[in-house]
Write a protein that binds this ligand. Structure first.
Ligand code: SAH
Length: 408
């Protein structure tokens, strides 16, 4: 691992007027085509000082020549030295925001949520005593040593695991780093077990999606648990059965996890085992179905469930895929609604950032109207408090709850 970028590496940068305004207003991203002047050729991770058109300090950030987002702002406003004290405070802010959110019943949560917490392109999750650091830009690679020290100082984890977004794996390999590498502490053999609202789950921190678990859905899982008494629950795109474990512990009669991945369903079975001590969860029947959700929903339409949860992966990775994604959300919602018995609840979530919350909610409402039931809307939800979205680009998660009522 290389040490932090030395001072003399600093780039001087000037931006277009519009970009200057955006940065002054607190936006953390500067796209490559908004950079007007660069004092020299920059390398990934160089600290870049932004000067305004009057040659005054405007901001400082991390430069990445390979990314369309060439500059990620760390600080805007008065001139500062990014010394040890500054970095300490910078990590302390997001960590303090979490101190009153969780007690011992929840040991898995997000400590730092990228741009929305002042750490653009970097995520830090905690799973019990294991810290998982995920980076999305090569600009963090030269600063890893410092970041790891700060994590040790603050969280005292037994292990720190590094996760890398796919686009930076080659750059990381050139720095001797790989996805899933243990940066500090004991090797990780097998899944890491943690608690969430008193339920027990495993996280595959080395190879799993995101950092090993879909921590972002905690609040929705809790709501599902609270409305599950006596219900037969279908959990479509279940992954490791998170929603089902909550439903079971909340008194569901049965839960069915449906996912295309056998690996995810095996984890779902283990997560049920981990919650055996819970009386209600133990009484709940748990089934798994390995299938393509779209195919399965086309073939099965009898109203046999009292709750259907639909939480697909991102269906629009880019703007051009948005119309197709909306159509798919509608198809899923109509099919899910048709599987409900009277009084059944449809829970539909979307994690596609390109599909805005209102568009998604509207699509699901329309789709539900085309089903065999009429619906009342129970609620909509957005981001969990440990996953703040403080810029529009960071908003991706939304979920709507509808309950079937007698058709009018
Ligand atoms: N609801 C989960 C997270 C879902 S992630 C939770 O709360 O943890 C999306 C899941 O959809 C993944 O497990 C993936 O394997 C699954 N998936 C992707 N495409 C699928 C398809 N066509 N049919 C069924 N499952 C699919």
């Amino acid at each position: 691992m290389k040490s932090s970028a030395p001072q003399q590496n600093r780039l001087k940068v000037r931006l277009t007027p519009a970009a200057e305004r955006a940065v002054r207003g607190g936006h953390p991203w500067v796209f490559a085509d908004r950079i007007r002047e660069l004092s020299r050729t920059g390398n990934a991770g160089d600290l870049a000082v932004v000067y305004d058109r009057h040659d005054r300090f405007l901001a400082i950030g991390l430069y990445d020549p390979e990314s369309p987002i060439a500059l990620r702002i760390l600080h805007a406003g008065k001139p500062v030295q990014l010394d040890q004290e500054w970095w300490r405070k910078h990590l302390d802010i997001p960590l303090r925001l979490r101190t009153s959110l969780f007690d011992d019943a929840t040991t898995g949560y997000r400590c730092v949520n990228g741009e929305s917490d002042g750490w653009p392109g970097l995520v830090l999750d905690r799973y019990a005593s294991c810290a998982v650091l995920k980076i999305y830009t090569a600009a963090w690679l030269p600063h890893l040593e410092r970041v790891v020290e700060l994590i040790e100082e603050n969280l005292h984890p037994t292990t720190i695991v590094l996760r890398l977004s796919r686009n930076i794996q080659t750059a990381a390999a050139n720095n001797g780093l790989s996805d899933g590498q243990v940066l500090r502490g004991a090797p990780v053999d097998g899944p890491v077990v943690f608690r969430e609202n008193g339920k027990v789950f495993e996280a595959d921190v080395i190879r799993g999606q995101k950092t090993g678990f879909f921590l972002d859905q905690r609040e929705n899982r809790k709501l599902v648990g609270e409305m599950s008494v006596g219900r037969d629950v279908l959990n479509v795109f279940s992954h490791a059965g998170g929603f089902s474990v909550y439903a079971a512990a909340g008194g569901a009669t049965s839960t069915t996890d449906l996912d295309i991945s056998g690996h995810a369903l095996a984890a779902a079975k283990r997560n049920f085992e981990l919650n055996r001590a819970d009386d209600l969860a133990q009484k709940c029947r748990h089934e798994t179905v390995q299938a393509d959700a779209f195919d399965w929903l086309e073939k099965n339409s009898r109203p046999t469930y009292d709750m259907v949860i639909i939480d697909p992966p991102s269906l629009a990775k880019r703007e051009s895929e948005k119309p197709g994604a909306l159509a798919a959300y509608e198809r899923l919602a109509t099919a899910g609604a048709n599987l409900l018995r009277a009084d059944g609840v449809l829970v539909a979530a979307s994690c596609s950032a390109h599909v805005k919350a209102d568009e998604f909610f509207q699509a699901v409402r329309m789709a539900a109207r085309r089903s065999r039931h009429s619906f009342v809307e129970l609620r909509t939800t957005r981001h969990a408090p440990d996953h703040p979205a403080r810029i529009p680009e960071a908003e991706y998660l939304k979920c709507i709850y509808l309950q079937a009522v007698a058709k009018r």
